[in-house]
Design a protein around this ligand. Structure first.
Ligand SMILES: Nc1ncnc2c1ncn2[C@@H]1O[C@H](COP(=O)(O)OP(=O)(O)OP(=O)(O)O)[C@@H](O)[C@H]1O
Length: 229
C-alpha cells in the first residue's frame, strides 16, 4: 500500500502532560481514512498535527511529495460578518488563481447558491459545515482533514456532507476525518485509525478492523458504541 504520511517517535505535550504519543505509523495513500476512538483519545490533536496547526514536541512527520498542502475543517469555524459568498471568496486571498467563477461553481456544488448573499452568520450548522468544506474544495489541497464533520447535523445534512467528502476524494484530494459514528465510518472510509489514550492502537482496513479488532481497547470501544447505536 502506498504511503501518504509517516509518523515517527511523535510526542505532543501540553501543560506537562503527553496528549499524543506515536512511535511509528504509516497513513496510506488513495484511501479515505477515518480516525475513531473515545472522547479525549487524541483524534483532534492528530488532525491538528497533520495539518501543521500544531508542532510535535519531538518526532518527525514525512509527507509524500507535496502532500503537506493541507486544509483543516474544524466543526466550530467562526464566520465573518459578511455574505456566504464573501466568506467563501476569502480563500482568494491565499490563492490568487481562484476566480469568481470558481467560487460560484463551488457555491452550486455545496448547494448554497440560493444563500450566496445571505449573512454567513445566519447559516445553520449544516450549511456552515458545507461552506467550510467549500473552502477546502476551492483551495485544492492535497490532504483535507475534517474533525467530526457531521457532529450535530441531521441525517439529511450529514448525507450531503458525506457526499462532499466523497467529492473531495474524487477531485484527487486525500481525506482523513474523525468521527464518532461507526455506521458513517463503514459507509465512507476504507481505512481506519483507532486511537485511545493519545496513542494509535490499531490502523488498517475498515472491514478487518470492524470484523476482527485486535486490541482490548478497540473491542471494548466497539462493543460499547454498537450497544448504544
Ligand atoms: N490545548 C490543550 N491543552 C491541554 N490539554 C489538551 C489540549 N488540547 C487537547 N488536550 C487534551 O488532550 C487530550 C486529547 O484531546 P483531543 O481533543 O485530541 O481528543 P479527541 O479524541 O479529539 O476527543 P473528542 O472525541 O472528545 O473530540 C484530551 O485529554 C484533552 O483534554
Amino acid at each position: 500500500m502506498d504511503k501518504l504520511i509517516e509518523l515517527k517517535d511523535i510526542q505532543v505535550r501540553s501543560n506537562g502532560k503527553t496528549i499524543l504519543s506515536i512511535e511509528h505509523a504509516i497513513i496510506p495513500n488513495q484511501q479515505i481514512v477515518a480516525c475513531i476512538g473515545p472522547n479525549g483519545a487524541g483524534k483532534t490533536t492528530l488532525l491538528k498535527l497533520l495539518s501543521g496547526l500544531i508542532k510535535p514536541d519531538c518526532g518527525t512527520i514525512t509527507y509524500l511529495n507535496g502532500h503537506e498542502k493541507t486544509a483543516l475543517v474544524l466543526h466550530h469555524t467562526p464566520m465573518v460578518r459578511a455574505s456566504c459568498k464573501t466568506n467563501l471568496s476569502m480563500v482568494k486571498d491565499v490563492d490568487s488563481r481562484i476566480t469568481d467563477a470558481d467560487v460560484d461553481a463551488v457555491l452550486a456544488e455545496i448547494e448554497l447558491s440560493d444563500h450566496a448573499d445571505r449573512p454567513a452568520t445566519q447559516l445553520s450548522a449544516g450549511e456552515r459545515q458545507k461552506l467550510c468544506i467549500g473552502r477546502a474544495i476551492l483551495q485544492k489541497p492535497a490532504l483535507v482533514l475534517l474533525d467530526e464533520p457531521t457532529a450535530n447535523l441531521d441525517p439529511n445534512s450529514s448525507a450531503q456532507v458525506e457526499r462532499l467528502i466523497q467529492e473531495l476524494k474524487n477531485r484527487g484530494a486525500e481525506v482523513l476525518f474523525s468521527s464518532h459514528q461507526l455506521a458513517q465510518v463503514k459507509r465512507v472510509a476504507q481505512y481506519v485509525i483507532f486511537m485511545d489514550e493519545g496513542e494509535i492502537k490499531e490502523i488498517g482496513p475498515v472491514d478487518a478492523f470492524f470484523s476482527n479488532p485486535q486490541t482490548l481497547a478497540a473491542q471494548h470501544y466497539l462493543n460499547h458504541e454498537l450497544a448504544i447505536s
